[in-house]
Design a protein around this ligand. Structure first.
Ligand SMILES: [Zn+2]
Length: 332
């Protein structure tokens, strides 16, 4: 089996976004060491709106300029070490300002779809250009929607096409979130690892322009979320996230669903959820799946996550499973 270890490289969203040092630089440096030890390339979906915003505002404040340089340095190191840097779009950076030493985020337009078609085109072009400057010659052809807000895809398809994006990696089978913030429904996704599509990522089209590389998912029992809540509170520093920001709180109805019903989530290294990785891997191997695609975030990794990743890469090597980036899907 081939395994893609992907990370969304971003701050938190809302009133407490956290610092680049703690949310990005420190955990990613730890990942870089693990990757080097195992000779494994990882894939980073970089929140390119953050780069664009810092690039645009860097002369207004030396703190922005220093952070921008630090983040760019890290991305250049990742590119030089053979890691994959791809496009992640969170368009709320259009409405975010730097005030009093902090980013003031306005999440009213969290989805790319909240902008008109012309502006979507402009945003994708600007953000991709900002990423290409930082990515130092890496080939950027793959997209991941911020907050999985990919649908309806036809609204953003031409903006991606025009900017040389022909691979998407946002869909996770059985995933659903009907909140107005994200609003996605992947319950009708094909049961495959990879497929072609044209304007609807859930409908296979043999000669479709786009390739979907699905994020792997697993079903999670309610008892797991009860354990997770306990570990977060009493688990100690091993289970403390690197990031110093605060996640947006989920609606009470969502939390109740997770605590009372089986739900699906991405295969991940984030926080305590990393404990499910080994089982997910075994299941994917048993089903003879072609790919296992992990989605994690440096900001929510813990010491426990890093240990799980280290052990996981050793297991993969022992089994002959290859760690790859998105280069398999690159077109000449
Ligand atoms: Zn994101």
């Amino acid at each position: 089996m081939k395994v893609i270890v992907s990370f969304d490289y971003e701050l938190f969203f809302g009133d407490t976004p956290g610092t680049a040092e703690r949310c990005l630089i420190e955990p990613t440096a730890a990942l870089r060491d693990i990757a080097a030890r195992h000779g494994a390339p990882f894939a980073y979906f970089v929140d390119a709106g953050y780069l664009w915003r810092m690039e645009a505002d860097r002369f207004r404040d030396t703190a922005i300029s220093e952070t921008y340089d630090m983040v760019r340095r890290q991305l250049a190191q990742l590119a030089a070490a053979g890691h994959d840097l791809q496009l992640h779009v969170h368009p709320h950076w259009e409405d975010t300002r730097y005030e009093g030493g902090n980013w003031r985020m306005n999440l009213a337009r969290f989805r790319l779809h909240a902008f008109g078609r012309e502006l979507i085109r402009d945003i994708v072009a600007r953000y991709k250009a900002a990423l290409c400057v930082a990515a130092q010659g890496s080939d950027v052809f793959c997209y991941r929607a911020g907050g999985w807000a990919l649908q309806p895809f036809d609204v953003i398809a031409s903006a991606l096409k025009e900017n040389g994006i022909y691979v998407d990696s946002s869909v996770y089978p059985h995933g659903v979130d009907t909140s107005s913030l994200r609003c996605y429904d992947f319950r009708g996704a094909p049961p495959d690892s990879v497929w072609r599509f044209e304007e609807d990522p859930l409908r296979k089209a043999v000669d479709g322009y786009f390739t979907e590389v699905a994020i792997s998912s697993i079903d999670v029992k309610p008892s797991y979320y009860w354990r997770l809540a306990w570990t977060k509170k009493f688990g100690g520093s091993r289970y403390q996230a690197f990031g110093d920001g605060v996640s947006r709180s989920f609606p009470a109805a969502d939390i109740w669903t997770k605590l009372t019903r089986r739900t699906h989530y991405c295969v991940t290294l984030d926080g305590y959820k990393a404990s499910l990785l080994h089982d997910a891997y075994r299941r994917y191997v048993r089903r003879r799946r072609e790919y296992l695609v992990l989605l994690s975030h440096p900001k929510t990794l813990t010491r426990h996550s890093l240990k799980v990743l280290d052990d996981f890469l050793t297991t993969c090597r022992g089994d002959g499973s290859d760690i790859v980036g998105y280069a398999d899907f690159k077109r000449s």
